[in-house]
Design a protein around this ligand. Structure first.
Ligand code: SF4
Length: 310
């Protein structure tokens, strides 16, 4: 109890210092829905990759402190070359984004010269630069349906690619990547939670395996889950995504109950950012994320196309 009180007081002090420094630096804090609760609570904007990209594109702030993983901060740096984009922990990478590289994508493009390359935002800037258009889990289906091409190379998530094939008649050539966190949610976890909470609805992320998606009531992006939880009459929801989202869901819907599909769905990279690191990044103005201009311009085209369509 005393420890909890001490932690709350420390967090309050840190949050106050962050707020003060944020004003001084003319900074904005963007945080992904999977960040730890304390970090979510100091964010100016909390959201999924699409929402965070939009916020980065329209902010007037001079400094963006990006609490998420590397490809997200890179996306902000691509969209805002005149701003300073900082990551409180630069080592926070996305294992799925690391499953693809520019050279291997180029080789696949040579094999399928007529295919349009759609890359999930969870890719390095160099891969975006080799892509025709980007997408997020929130807009992937809509965006692919809107493309003229019938043949699509989809990178890097094979499970999101599979989900798209169930919603469109396009020929999808998937990359062999996956999210190590979402595959930890197993069909038996969903069955167990459904048995325990028979009245609850099951929402899962499309990065989950097809077996898990089949057992769910809906496959939605994290932002889609937040919207659904707010607007629907459902009072109990089993949440099939990284457990960080539960903090936001519970805060925004105090009268409703949320249960994790699996307690093991934790992304270690998303948990690297702490309040202390947010403060230090504002104090020292570190670590800055910089994308070389030649790559930035090409990658921006793919992101801009996504933002126009979505
Ligand atoms: S949850 Fe999965 S996709 Fe998201 S950052 Fe972690 S590893 Fe990457």
């Amino acid at each position: 109890m005393q420890n909890a009180k001490f932690k709350m007081k420390t967090n309050k002090n840190l949050a106050e210092k962050i707020l003060e420094l944020k004003k001084k630096r003319n900074a904005i804090i963007l945080a992904h829905n999977y960040q730890i609760g304390e970090v979510q609570d100091v964010a100016d904007y909390l959201g999924d990759s699409l929402g965070l990209s939009r916020q980065a594109a329209k902010t007037d702030a001079e400094v963006i402190v990006f609490c998420g993983v590397h490809f997200m901060a890179e996306t902000a740096a691509i969209l805002c070359p005149d701003k300073i984009v900082l990551m409180p922990d630069i080592s926070a990478g996305c294992p799925m984004a690391d499953m693809i590289d520019k050279e291997r994508l180029k080789a696949l493009k040579r094999k399928h010269p007529k295919a349009t390359v759609v890359s999930y935002v969870n890719t390095p800037a160099e891969v975006k630069a080799e892509s025709d258009i980007c997408c997020t889990s929130a807009n992937a289906v809509k965006l692919i349906k809107s493309l003229k091409s019938q043949e699509i190379i989809f990178t890097p998530d094979k499970y999101l690619a599979h989900y798209i094939t169930t919603k469109t008649d396009k020929r999808i050539i998937p990359w062999d990547g996956f999210c190590p966190t979402h595959i930890r949610i197993l069909p038996e976890d969903i069955k167990k939670q459904k048995k325990k909470y028979p009245k609850a609805l099951v929402l899962v992320h499309p990065e989950c395996t097809p077996e898990v998606i089949r057992l769910s009531d809906r496959a939605l992006s994290t932002e889609g889950m937040c919207k659904y939880a707010k607007e629907s009459n459902t009072s109990q929801i089993i949440v099939g995504t990284e457990i960080g989202l539960l903090h936001r869901l519970r805060k925004e819907n105090p009268g409703k109950k949320f249960y994790p599909a699996s307690e093991l769905a934790i992304c270690p990279s998303m948990k690297l950012t702490t309040l202390e690191k947010v403060l230090w990044s504002l104090e020292d103005m570190k670590e800055q994320v910089i994308v070389p201009e030649e790559i930035r311009i090409k990658a921006k085209k793919a992101i801009d196309r996504m933002l126009e369509i979505s």
